[in-house]
Ligand binder design. Structure first.
Ligand code: ADE
Length: 237
C-alpha cells in the first residue's frame, strides 16, 4: 500500500480521472483556508490516493496553472498527506519533430526548466535544474507508451530564448509544472512519475491557445485512462 499523490493543475484535466474513481467533483476539501488548492481523497487498489488540484485564482477567476501553485501542491502532498509516490498528471505541448502527436500520453525521463536563465557561473545549471526520473522507462513499457524529455516554463507561448534552450535539451514536451514539481520531490527523494498528454503541437501551424482548448477534452480523457492503468500497476514496481 502506498500514499499516492496525484498533482494536477486544472479541473478539466482531472475530470475523467474523478469520473473513473466515482468521485463527486463538488466534494473537494480545501488544503488551507487561505490557499486555492483542493484535494480529493480516496482509496483505489489498496492505495491511499490524494488528488490535489491547483484550484482557481481568487483575483482572476481562472485556473492556477504554472510552477508556484504546483510547488505548493507538492509540498502539501508530502508534508500533510505523507505521499511516498507522486504522480504529476497533466497536459503538455508536444514537438512533432520528435514524434509528438495530439492526444498521445507519455511518461517523462528528464525534467528541465527553459525560462530560468542565470548567466552566472554555477547558476546556469541551477537554473535549468535537469533531473532524471529512472522509473519513467519501466512504467512506459508497462503502459505501452513512450517516454521523453519535458521542458517547463511559466508561459504558454515560447519566446526565442525559451526555444533555444528547449531545442538544446531535445525536449519532446513543453509544460508549465513538471520541473518545479521535480525540484520539490528531489529535495525529499520521493519517486515521481510524470504522465503528460499532448493538447497542442508547439512546432505546428495552429495557434497554441486554440489548439489547447480544441484538444483539452480528448487529451484529458486519454490521460485519465492511463492514470487508472498506472495506479493499478504501482504495486508491480
Ligand atoms: N500545456 C499544454 N500545452 C502547453 C504548451 N504549449 N506550453 C506549456 N504548457 C502547455
Amino acid at each position: 500500500m502506498k500514499n499516492i499523490a496525484v498533482i494536477m493543475a486544472m479541473d478539466s484535466e482531472a475530470k475523467p480521472l474523478l469520473e473513473k474513481l466515482k468521485i463527486n467533483p463538488d466534494q473537494a476539501e480545501k488544503i488551507d483556508d487561505h490557499l486555492p488548492m483542493k484535494v480529493y481523497k480516496t482509496q483505489y487498489h489498496q492505495h491511499n490516493i490524494s488528488i490535489i488540484i491547483s484550484g482557481e485564482c481568487k483575483r482572476n477567476k481562472v485556473q492556477n496553472v504554472g510552477t508556484a501553485p504546483a510547488v505548493i501542491s507538492t509540498i502539501t502532498a508530502i508534508k500533510d498527506f505523507n505521499a511516498d509516490f507522486i504522480i504529476n498528471a497533466g497536459t503538455a505541448g508536444g514537438f512533432k519533430k520528435r514524434g509528438a502527436d495530439i492526444g498521445k500520453v507519455y511518461t517523462v525521463e528528464t525534467t528541465v526548466f527553459h525560462d530560468r536563465r542565470i548567466p552566472i557561473p554555477g547558476y546556469q545549471d541551477y537554473g535549468t535544474y535537469k533531473s532524471q526520473h529512472d522509473i519513467a522507462k519501466k512504467f512506459a513499457t508497462l503502459l505501452g507508451i513512450e517516454t521523453g524529455i519535458i521542458s517547463t516554463g511559466d508561459s504558454l507561448d515560447m519566446s526565442p530564448e525559451d526555444e533555444k534552450l528547449i531545442e538544446s535539451n531535445l525536449a519532446l514536451l513543453k509544460d508549465m509544472e513538471a520541473a518545479a514539481i521535480a525540484w520539490v520531490t528531489d529535495q525529499y527523494s520521493i519517486p515521481t512519475l510524470f504522465l503528460k498528454s499532448v493538447t497542442d503541437i508547439v512546432d505546428g501551424e495552429h495557434p497554441t491557445e486554440e489548439e489547447f482548448f480544441a484538444n483539452l477534452k480528448l487529451a484529458s480523457e486519454n490521460l485519465g485512462e492511463k492514470l487508472i492503468e498506472l495506479i493499478e500497476l504501482i504495486e508491480k514496481i
